[in-house]
Ligand binder design. Structure first.
Ligand code: NDP
Length: 330
């Protein structure tokens, strides 16, 4: 059983020396627990926050201990009622090959109904993030023009497509390569997209959304947020989902210089955490599940193989190596 430990708290970009892949005994499940052989591990931007000491909405990872994260695996031993050997479960003890999981913290998933990895992505946490953030936090309504950053990523690609399926007047996305931009327009049906690395975001957004935007779904922060405020229409709404452009900063990033535009636009800006919106899960599965099954909503995954590459996969998400959800296959 190999597991990833955090050795020291990264300053700026995490370095390989901050981590170690450690050999540990396969855990013995206690009463009320199941032993799970993990098949897919999730790597997510928020994990960067847990590597730092600062208190956030989830506790920091402990030094010298195994890290945590979303995972899906097969139950190989059960000491819990209602979960049998051979069942597949979604749980939170990732970054390791084997986990003893409390039955109350394991959610059974159907390996026949959908590929196991999708329970970490398009049908899982990132999917619900897109759904809740767009529909609830940003109060999306038919006819809205929607701009989403990080648009080729797990959350962003789903935001754009849900908006389109629900009658957005225009969907604009930004991403970090021309290839990703092509994917947004040609495969995901975005009306316009641009590469934020090829020119000022504000200019490119104005060109892509000449009539302005009603919703901005922020995954990135920084100049993207300022650009979105600059293009916001009256009554516009900004859902702050993430700000990946600042996660490795060692100094606080300056705020948008044009915040005062929120006055004339009566604009609203609001952050949210997917954890507060699990009441939407049944509705999300009911509405988005069939779109995924029929292909009306497309998704990609970037699959990295092997526990030894778990850290590289995580760093890859911060670098933008991924298209769609990044997962590690064991
Ligand atoms: P993604 O699949 O979108 O992967 C992250 C992407 O961010 C990369 O692929 C990269 O794409 C992009 N990126 C990295 N650095 C920068 C930068 N400096 N500027 C612009 N883009 C950058 O990850 P997720 O879909 O899992 O997460 C997306 C966002 O949502 C993150 O900010 C995350 O923290 C947040 N989140 C928030 C949740 C909540 O409850 N509020 C829950 C889940 C996620 P590119 O090549 O385009 O640069």
């Amino acid at each position: 059983n190999r597991e990833w430990h955090l050795l020291s708290r990264p300053v700026g970009w995490p370095k390989p020396e901050d981590f170690a892949l450690v050999e540990a005994p396969v855990p013995t499940p206690g009463e009320g627990q199941v032993l799970v052989r993990n098949k897919y591990l999730s790597v997510d931007p928020y994990m960067r926050g847990r590597m730092s000491e600062a208190k956030s909405y989830v506790a920091p990872f402990e030094l010298g201990k195994v890290m945590q994260g979303g995972a899906v695996g097969e139950v190989i031993e059960s000491r819990a009622e209602g979960i049998a050997v051979g069942d597949h479960v979604l749980h939170f003890l990732g970054w390791r090959e084997y986990a003893a999981v409390d039955a109350g913290h394991a959610v059974k998933v159907d390996a026949q109904a959908a590929p196991l990895s999708t329970y970490l992505g398009v049908l899982g946490m990132t999917g619900l993030t897109a759904y809740a953030g767009l529909l609830r936090t940003a109060s999306f309504k038919e006819g809205d023009a929607v701009f989403v950053s990080g648009a080729a990523g797990a959350v962003g690609s789903q935001v754009g497509q849900i908006a389109k399926l629900k009658g957005a007047s225009r969907v604009i996305g930004s991403a970090g390569s021309d290839e990703k931009v092509r994917l947004l327009v040609e495969e995901y049906g975005f009306d316009a997209a641009f590469n934020y690395k090829s020119g000022p975001v504000a200019e490119q957004l104005r060109e892509a959304a000449p009539d302005g935007i009603d919703v901005y779904f922020d995954n990135v922060g920084g100049d993207h947020l300022e650009a979105a405020i600059g293009s916001l229409n009256e009554g516009g709404r900004i859902a702050v989902c993430g700000m990946i452009s600042v996660y490795n900063n060692t100094e606080p990033a300056p705020g948008p210089r044009n915040l005062a535009r929120l006055i004339q636009t009566r604009g609203r800006i609001e952050g949210f955490l997917v954890g507060d919106h699990y009441d939407l899960q049944p509705q999300f599965v009911q509405e988005v599940g069939p779109w995924v099954a029929s292909g009306a909503l497309k998704y990609r995954e970037t699959v990295v193989e092997g526990i030894e590459n778990n850290l590289e996969a995580f760093l890859g998400v911060l670098r933008g190596d991924n298209v769609g959800k990044m997962v590690v296959k064991l």
